[in-house]
Ligand binder design. Structure first.
Ligand code: NAG
Ligand code: NAG
Ligand code: NAG
Length: 766
């Protein structure tokens, strides 16, 4: 949303100048108490259904007025009691100040800042995803009630983290379609769910549809990038999270992206918008453009000859709202030129109004309605801040722990060295799309609080994460390590290395950080622990393979409580249970594979290795799903079918011909279900969380994934305790594959289910 930064700054200044920094009153329409004549309008009548109210409202607007409702800074219509409304707010991992609809003030100076999404995703805990969504929407409503926030939040980002270099990978739930789908649906439910069916607490938005994951790689910009995507990859990799947002999460909005997919800008593609989102998935809500993406497809992509054509093609394709000003400026002329009809505009604004109706925006004073009691004291509550800490602890991934070096015992540590550019960072811990947090606990503060009897030697070693030769304090760092019983190195990235608009070009730690880690390790007297704070993965094979590095942790961008979570894990107050949501490739992967090659599947004829654990078979530094615990778990298969029989109608072609796969659109597919029952035992001596992953490997047809996550379930077990996990499998939904044309098929033959080291064969036959 960079193009709109200036615009948003202007908006912010203006809000500040007009409303003062601590607003008190919520923004709403149909203020019947203040203006009793409004009570006669059906659109203000709460007892009527949303459809009738929207129809009434649209019928009262002039064509000119309608134009004002096609843009994020929606127009006011005084005679109808409708104030201006700012659609653009953000709440990716906490209420954010990015987006002009929300700001902090002396009344609400900060909001709970949860870990950046990639770390929360590493918890593999769907209940946690929902709990965070609930806490965030409570804080958002509380801020709305005092005029500091909107009701429409353009979060979450559910694009697949396809390439490790992507600067926005940090915002996403990772590379796996199932995890991303579950994250999207769970977080959206947490944000949106209200007491009454059909109503919304706040409106979420799943973005950026679709196949968007190049920002700026070697000068190739998202604004003009054409993602060449096969129908198969679209169906089984890029679209599933969006489908799940709409179908399972009932999300109120989807945002189309800047990039083109196969030569068409996504916001101007009727198959993607009206066809798939609105038609196939049945979106109940609005489709919004990325900020200025309609202008971008005209000005930068030259996709249409005139601005009127750009307005016409996007609205006719199914776009309802423009983040930007373009549709407000050019839609009327498009109608006058006969390129667009008023009916299309009515459809667009009706979708927008319907969303606002479900939010209660047209129900009069929100303080008298559901959520009306929420206010500043509901923001940054102890419960929400504890949840931010819990989320960070559950996400942090222990990647190496030689000789059970961790957890540390504070009584054995007379001197602790804490070294590296990220040892005492604050804002870095939040990642992007952040808000002002309630408070910070930095890593150094967390470690200091826990190691009160140790002498602490803190040496950043580098001026910042760029860690240039300039200001490199290698000697001071080595001296500290040489004196310490334990050395904790905290390195990695921040937004200067990976962010919106900035993709990486390599996977090595930035600047001199490798040298810092290697030299400090050599100089260290005691145990060395490496902590990597980052969104995307790094090639740290040098440390993985170095016997003198005892432990490695990845801590994502852990949010406001990150330092406390890191200390809790290092000292064993919390047993780590996070698992990597992305593959950690070696540097050679990015030397070989252009970021712009969208293909998921390998191409042996050219040596193209494919992407993600589902297709890539080359060397990894760490694999998707990797993550250790301070205890051990054992799995036992209790029940799973060996055969699943499909009963086809008499005369079905596959009965005589012997097909390799069946079309799942057919009627035999309904209610083909089975359960897998597993027993899990904590065989170690510490309590801990554990995620059970069930993968399957299908027969080798249709270029199928080598394995694919079928389900995951997180449980917490006391030492020696056992737990039971049941995966309910809907064969046609969960085990079907996309064929080359993007149609769903069920492969016939032998499938293998995997859980840990267990393997179970299952034959699907007719
Ligand atoms: C609101 O609609 C209901 C149902 O049609 C109707 O009975 C009621 O009179 C309406 N209220 C007002 C203020 O018009
Ligand atoms: C660590 O950061 C905190 C918060 O910015 C600051 O108050 C403190 O002085 C820093 N500590 C050191 C040793 O630099
Ligand atoms: C693990 O312990 C063995 C035996 O005490 C020792 O030789 C080895 O260096 C240790 N490795 C690490 C990484 O601490």
């Amino acid at each position: 949303m960079e193009k709109a930064v200036l615009y948003s700054l202007l908006g912010l200044l203006c809000l500040v100048c007009l409303r003062g920094v601590s607003s008190q009153n919520p923004n709403f329409a149909c203020d019947v108490e203040g203006n009793p004549t409004l009570a006669s309008f059906d659109f203000c009548n709460r007892t009527l259904d949303v459809g009738s109210r929207v129809k009434d409202l649209v019928g009262r607007l002039t064509l000119q007025e309608k134009m004002g409702f096609l843009v994020n800074k929606a127009g006011a219509v005084g005679r109808l009691g409708i104030p201006s409304y700012e659609w653009w707010s953000e709440a990716l991992h906490g209420v954010s100040y990015v987006g002009p609809g929300t700001h902090f003030s002396s009344l609400v100076p900060g909001a709970t800042s949860f870990p950046q999404v990639i770390l929360t995703a590493a918890s593999f805990n769907t209940a946690l995803f929902t709990a965070i969504g609930k806490a965030v929407s409570t804080e958002a409503r509380a801020m709305y009630n005092v005029g500091l926030a909107g009701l429409t939040f353009w979060s979450p980002n559910v694009n697949i983290f396809r390439d490790p270099r992507w600067g926005r990978g940090q915002e996403t739930p990772g590379e796996d379609p199932l995890l991303s789908s579950k994250y999207g649906a769970s977080y959206v439910s947490g944000l949106q769910e209200a007491d009454e069916p059909g109503k919304l607490k706040v409106a979420a938005c799943c973005k950026h549809y679709t196949a968007y994951d190049v920002d700026n790689w070697k000068g190739i910009q998202r604004y003009t990038f054409n993602a060449v995507v096969s129908k198969q990859d679209l169906e089984d990799t890029f679209n599933p999270p969006f489908k799940s947002c709409v179908v399972d999460g009932n999300v109120a909005s989807v945002m189309c992206s800047y990039n083109q997919v196969n030569g068409k800008p996504t916001c101007a593609d009727p198959d993607l918008l009206a066809g798939t989102i609105r038609g196939d998935w049945n979106l109940n809500g609005y489709i919004v453009s990325d900020c200025d993406s309609v202008e971008v497809l005209y000005n930068d992509q030259h996709y249409t000859k005139t601005p009127e054509e750009a307005a016409a093609i996007t609205i006719k394709s199914g776009l309802d709202l423009d983040c930007g000003t373009f549709l407000g400026q050019h839609s009327l002329a498009a109608i006058q030129a006969g390129k667009l009809s008023e009916v299309d505009v009515d459809r667009a604004i009706s979708n927008n109004f319907a969303t606002q109706m479900r939010l209660g925006f047209f129900d009069g004073n929100p303080r008298q309605l559901a959520f009306g009691k929420l206010g500043p004291s509901d923001v940054c509550t102890k419960a929400n801040q504890d949840l931010a800490l819990e989320a960070a602890r559950q996400g942090i991934v222990l990647l190496k722990n030689s000789n059970d070096s961790l957890p540390l015992h504070p009584s054995n540590i007379a001197t602790l060295a804490v070294i590296g550019p990220n040892i005492n960072v604050t804002k870095t811990m939040l990642g992007n799309y952040e808000g002002t947090p309630c408070k910070y606990t930095t890593p150094l503060q967390g470690l200091t609080a826990t190691s009160s009897n140790s002498k602490i030697l803190a040496v950043p070693g580098c001026t910042d994460v760029a860690c240039s030769a300039n200001g490199f304090q290698l000697d001071a760092a080595k001296q500290a390590a040489a004196k310490a019983d334990v050395t904790v190195l905290i390195v990695g990235a921040d937004q200067s290395v990976e962010r919106e608009g900035v993709d990486r070009t390599d996977l090595n730690l930035p600047g001199q950080q490798n040298v810092l880690v290697q030299e400090v390790t050599k100089a260290a007297k005691g145990l060395v622990v490496l902590v990597i704070m980052s969104g995307g993965p790094f090639d740290v094979s040098f440390a993985k393979d170095d016997d003198r590095v005892s432990a490695i942790l990845w801590v994502g961008y852990p949010g406001e409580a990150g330092g406390a979570a890191i200390a809790d894990i290092l000292y064993g107050k919390y047993n780590p249970s996070g698992r990597l949501p992305v593959t950690w490739y070696p540097q050679s992967f990015v030397d070989k594979v252009p970021m712009t090659d969208m293909r998921m599947r390998p191409d042996p004829s050219t040596g193209y290795p494919g992407r993600t654990y589902r297709f890539y078979t080359g060397d990894v530094v760490y694999a998707f799903g990797d993550g250790l615990s301070y205890t051990d778990f054992n799995h036992e298969l209790i029940q799973a079918p060996q055969v699943v029989s499909v009963s086809l109608e008499e005369g079905h072609a596959c009965l005589d011909q012997g097909c390799t796969s069946l079309d799942v659109a057919e009627s035999w597919c309904r209610k083909l279900l089975f359960d897998v029952h597993l027993k899990v035992e904590n065989i170690g001596s510490r309590a801990g969380g554990h995620t059970v992953f069930m993968y399957y490997t299908p027969p080798n047809v249709h270029n199928a994934p080598r394995k694919h996550l079928l389900g995951f379930e997180k449980l917490h077990l006391q030492p020696k305790a056992t737990g039971k996990v049941v995966f309910g499998v809907d064969v046609c939904k969960d085990m079907s594959l996309a064929d080359e044309a993007g149609n769903r098929k069920l492969a016939l033959g032998s499938h293998v289910l995997h859980v840990g080291n267990l393997k179970h064969s299952l034959v699907i036959g007719v």
